[in-house]
Write a protein that binds this ligand. Structure first.
Ligand code: ZN
Length: 269
């Protein structure tokens, strides 16, 4: 029916509260894609708790669900408290209405740099406060909130073969670079990026069998520790005086075109 077809076109990704029934398929890029056959992460499990479930962003490719559950078991075995799992993807992936541009294919997860020994109530999980571990101006981690568990978490995650990248604040990367590790090959995957001062963002590689999933370029074969000077400069240089610039006409931002396959997910609510 024409009417319902038109209606379907107006739907957007956050309108869907259920996953699609197809077999798991991550389609497109992390910043422009969608997810067939996603699965929800249970709200709590061994070594983890999902926070802010009202956002409905706790879905992912089964690889991501398995990765999070195994990581939480591994970190618990190393004595860590429950990991707080924040944004993953929406049931069918796609663009978030607010926040970050990625997390679209069910292969990204934000894990907070804060953990809890006890299981929190739903209300507590909804309102838990962020714990910033970074002092940007000093380009140092905050001794009051940074602890060795954070290193264990990042290292454990980065060592997984499924993990392509982990985004952290450059200050956190510096902290890791300043430490001595017997094996530090995993450090290559830990990438400095803006934000990420209270959470890390773990990104899995495309599942091999998902032929429409586009990986990013593989990370370089170096630890990247000597690339932090630029970041340090950005964070510590004095703020520039505001000079009034002539107002330029804004260039039109071209809307990204979603991979064709994704359209099938925006119907059959
Ligand atoms: Zn993220």
């Amino acid at each position: 029916m024409l009417l319902s077809a038109n209606h379907a076109l107006a739907l957007s990704w956050q309108d869907f509260s259920t996953v699609s029934n197809q077999k798991p398929d991550a389609v497109g890029t992390y910043n422009n894609g969608c997810l067939f056959g996603g699965a929800g992460l249970p709200e709590t499990g061994e070594g983890f708790q999902v926070i802010r479930t009202s956002r409905n962003r706790f879905y992912g490719h089964p690889n991501l669900i398995n990765f999070i559950q195994s990581l939480a078991i591994a970190t618990k075995a190393k004595g860590l408290d429950d990991l707080l799992i924040a944004d993953m993807s929406m049931p069918r992936g796609g663009n978030f209405k607010s926040g970050h541009a990625s997390h679209q294919t069910g292969l990204d997860v934000d894990i907070w740099l804060r953990s809890f020994e006890q299981k929190l109530s739903i209300k507590q999980r909804e309102t838990v406060e962020k714990l910033d571990v970074v002092n940007k101006k000093q380009f140092k981690v905050k001794t009051a909130s940074w602890n060795p568990d954070h290193v264990t978490l990042i290292k454990e995650a980065a060592k997984s073969e499924q993990v392509a990248r982990i985004f952290v604040s450059p200050v956190i990367k510096q902290q890791l670079c300043d430490m001595e590790f017997t094996d530090d090959a995993w450090l290559n995957k830990v990438r400095p990026w803006w934000g990420h001062t209270y959470h890390i963002h773990v990104r899995l590689s495309c599942p091999k069998e998902n032929s429409h999933c586009k990986n990013q370029k593989q990370v370089a074969d170096t630890d990247g520790c000597n690339e932090l000077a630029w970041w340090r400069n950005q964070f510590t240089k004095p703020a520039k005086k505001l000079i009034k610039k002539p107002v330029k006409k804004k260039a039109k931002i071209k809307a990204k075109v979603k991979p064709e396959q994704c359209q099938a997910l925006l119907v059959n609510k």
